[in-house]
Design a protein around this ligand. Structure first.
Ligand SMILES: Cc1ncc(COP(=O)(O)O)c(C=O)c1O
Length: 359
């Protein structure tokens, strides 16, 4: 007799992970918005030291990492949640806040994990279209909030469309949203935005106990293989709730040690951001030279429509044959588009040359 699973399992979408994990080094992996930069030797050494002690469980409080995050962002440690990647905190937020009858609001297309939140909890998802420039329509999001809304998620910069809204506009949104609604601003790519100071949103936490900024070591810190993310919270209640719904040891010892060390190298973070932004501008120029119109990227990837008469699947396949992996827009919520991570100069050039061939 077959196993009987909970009914909600059928509603949960399968995460559209990119290919490319079993390929050799000569493939340009531009499909998962990873960092092309390897972790710093000091970060690797810190992880290795931690691995020597893995006969012990990791610190369930991530105390050292939370103290380091507190020093870096000026948010008290009791308002900082750590997770096995920022997705872990996001899913825990869904579990802690949502249930049948509750509503969740987010824009679409946006990060593929958001549909999971409602499906896993039985809550109702209300999605709001992006504006004509593929940016979040903050006014429409605020209007979608009802008495049943428990959670509003704003992905800024937005995955997959790469666009961002400034911190001042977010501040207005948070002012408009009732205090019983938790507003999670998913800032996985925040450091790559040139619209304003990446830390500008941190200042909003003091006035808004319902605000949560979700950040990660997966992107600018290049540690996605270790899985560690964090949330800077407007109140301690959010952190207590997301810790309560998870298993105790959600952040492993190597991840905690590596992330703590990575925070000490802010100059290197700034250098990597500069390289990424310069390369992003180069990619956007290259796409424009091909007659395409990429979105205004504030992230470490670009989003570009291929035009009506071009088949997205053919282009993605043709690029893969040229050893370049990118994401097809269809899997991310919009047909006829490509999402391309900013890679090394050689990888970006290979992508542009491949696309030139194919178009
Ligand atoms: C918008 C957004 N949020 C969160 C994440 C997840 O990051 P993490 O590796 O910290 O779970 C991603 C990963 O691609 C993302 O694009």
């Amino acid at each position: 007799m077959a196993l009987e699973f909970a009914k909600r399992i059928r509603r949960i979408p399968v995460y559209p992970a990119a290919d490319g994990y079993a390929l050799d080094d000569d493939v340009a992996l531009l499909a998962s918005n990873e960092s092309p930069f390897r972790p710093l030797p000091e970060v690797v050494a810190a992880a290795q030291r931690a691995i020597e002690g893995v006969n012990r469980y990791p610190d369930p409080e991530s105390s050292t990492l939370r103290a380091a995050l507190s020093a870096r962002y000026g948010v008290p440690p009791n308002r900082i949640a750590v997770g096995n990647g920022s997705c872990d905190v996001l899913l825990a937020a869904g579990e802690a806040l949502l249930e049948p009858g509750a509503e969740l609001v987010y824009a679409w297309p946006s990060f593929s994990m958001y549909p999971h939140l409602a499906a896993a909890t039985g809550a109702t998802a209300l999605t709001v279209d992006l504006d004509a420039d593929d940016r979040h329509d903050l006014d429409a999001l605020a209007q979608a909030v009802t008495v049943a809304t428990r959670l509003l998620v704003v992905c800024n910069p937005n995955n997959p469309t790469s666009t961002a809204v400034p911190a001042a506009a977010l501040a207005e949104l948070v002012e408009r949203v009732p205090p019983y609604v938790c507003v999670i601003v998913d800032e996985a790519y925040r450091e790559f935005s040139t619209l304003d100071d990446p830390d500008a949103t941190v200042d909003l936490l003091g006035d808004h106990p319902n605000l949560v900024l979700l950040r990660t070591f997966s992107k600018v810190y290049g540690l996605c293989g270790l899985r560690v993310g964090f949330a800077l919270c407007g109140s301690q209640e959010f952190r207590t709730a997301v810790d309560q719904v998870r298993q105790p040891f959600f952040a492993n010892a190597a991840a905690q040690a590596a992330a703590t060390e990575a925070l000490r190298h802010q100059d290197e973070v700034a250098r990597r951001v500069e390289h990424t932004i310069a390369a992003r501008l180069g990619l956007e120029d290259g796409l424009r030279e091909l007659g395409l119109a990429p979105a205004d990227s504030q992230a470490n990837f670009v989003w570009v429509g291929l035009g009506e008469d071009r088949d997205e699947a053919d282009v993605v396949r043709g690029l893969a044959e040229r050893r370049v992996l990118v994401r097809a827009g269809t899997a991310l919520g919009r047909e006829g588009f490509l999402r391309v991570t900013v890679g090394t100069p050689e990888q970006n050039e290979r992508f542009l040359a491949g696309l030139r061939d194919l178009l």
